[in-house]
Design a protein around this ligand. Structure first.
Ligand code: GLA
Length: 381
């Protein structure tokens, strides 16, 4: 069965350079690359000062660029017909629409942070599936950021990419995607604590198992209302509980919240944060029974308390476990997107076939599968 191909990094870099030269009639000065991500545990916890445990994917975005002196920014993509063009001095909130906002937003944010960019031609190319909940937008931002400022501190770049996403692209997201795209190391998951801003590399020993991601191909949008309204509910819960963030709330006090919806939202966040620590421990000892139970609870919490799952995500999770996965849950922002499963190597084919067959039976779009080999964070060359 076919997996979505991440492509060969050397070939991808050469291709983006060649396409750049063809598009702009001049060689690129540098190429940045940054990965998509899949999160193992901790959903909608980042903007609540909580914990997350993402892994970088082998699927990446490449960004080729050269500085110019004409004060203009041009953004082109090998995946899109249209090119965005405007004056760098005019960049700012509400200045750019659509996918180009993620790239143009980084140019704006880096300039805001004091990086000198008088003008810039950009061309991007990506193997990260778009709208699949696998952070294609952060991969784009971070590829542009490392291309333009390869020597800058990675946290400064993460901050610029987060500003691009929240202030220019208008997606009120939390920061997990940019951190892992910039800081991940091969073979490791990245434990991020959004209260202390600490990051810890967590070695992932998946011997005999495959990290299988299934894109349900129900496209998710973080700029429509669902994500923002969850975030607003969490802030309301923290306000009512008189804590700075839900990281500081206990399950007991959450259960006292009067509004039923706000209570369920807060319950998801508080229980999900505790599942991240538990998952780190269970993964460290390859306790697949415990990992499976944590994934099961996390999915149920997102389905019932946070209400961000879909019939396709629910079906993919149930069927994966029935067909032999030791653990499965939806991953990412929700309202579509992907599931992540840990599958014994000799059951992977069976799991993919079973999910595909169920999707046919249910009349869903055919899903796409990819292997999430824990990969490296961004680099430039
Ligand atoms: C999206 C956002 C992240 C995070 C996840 C949910 O991927 O970009 O910041 O909130 O959703 O965990």
């Amino acid at each position: 069965m076919a997996y979505l191909d991440p492509g060969d990094p050397v070939q991808l870099a050469a291709q983006v350079r060649a396409a750049f030269e063809e598009r702009y009639d001049a060689p690129a000065a540098a190429v940045g690359r940054a990965p998509g991500r899949v999160n193992l545990m901790g959903e909608h916890t980042d903007y609540n000062a909580g914990l997350v445990l993402p892994v970088a994917l082998p699927h990446t975005t490449h960004a080729a660029w050269r500085p110019t002196t004409d004060g203009r920014l041009r953004v082109a993509s090998r995946q899109r017909e249209s090119t965005w063009e405007g004056r760098v001095d005019d960049l700012g909130p509400d200045a750019v629409d659509g996918w180009a906002a993620y790239a143009a937003g980084v140019v704006w944010a880096l300039r805001e942070a004091g990086v000198e960019i008088p003008g810039c031609d950009l061309l991007v190319d990506s193997t990260v599936p778009v709208g699949a909940g696998l952070s294609s937008s952060a991969a784009l931002e971070c590829a542009v950021a490392v291309a333009l400022a390869p020597d800058a501190d990675r946290r400064l770049l993460a901050a610029a990419c987060i500003r691009a996403e929240t202030e220019i692209a208008g997606a009120p997201t939390g920061g997990m995607d940019q951190y892992v795209a910039l800081l991940a190391e091969p073979g490791q998951a990245l434990l991020i604590d959004f209260e202390s801003d600490e990051t810890t590399q967590v070695p992932l020993d998946l011997t005999g198992h495959t990290l299988l991601v299934t894109d349900t191909r129900v496209s998710h949008e973080l700029t429509d209302g669902g994500y923002g309204s969850r975030r607003a509910d969490c802030e309301e819960a923290a306000r009512q509980l008189r804590v700075p963030t839900l990281r500081r709330a206990s399950l007991a006090t959450v259960e006292d919240l009067e509004d039923e919806r706000v209570r369920r939202r807060a319950r998801h966040v508080v229980t999900e944060i505790s599942r991240v620590t538990a998952a780190v421990n269970a993964l460290a000892t390859s306790d697949w029974g415990a990992v499976g139970e944590l994934f099961r609870r996390s999915h149920a919490s997102m389905r019932d308390d946070f209400e961000i799952s879909t019939p396709e995500l629910d079906a993919a999770v149930v069927v994966a476990v029935e067909a032999g996965a030791v653990a499965a849950r939806m991953t990412g922002g929700g309202f579509g997107g992907s599931t992540v499963a840990i599958v014994p190597d000799d059951r992977v084919e069976a799991v993919m076939r079973a999910v595909d067959a169920t999707f046919v039976l249910e009349g869903f779009k055919p899903p796409a599968h990819l292997r999430a080999e824990p990969s490296a964070g961004a680099s430039a060359g």
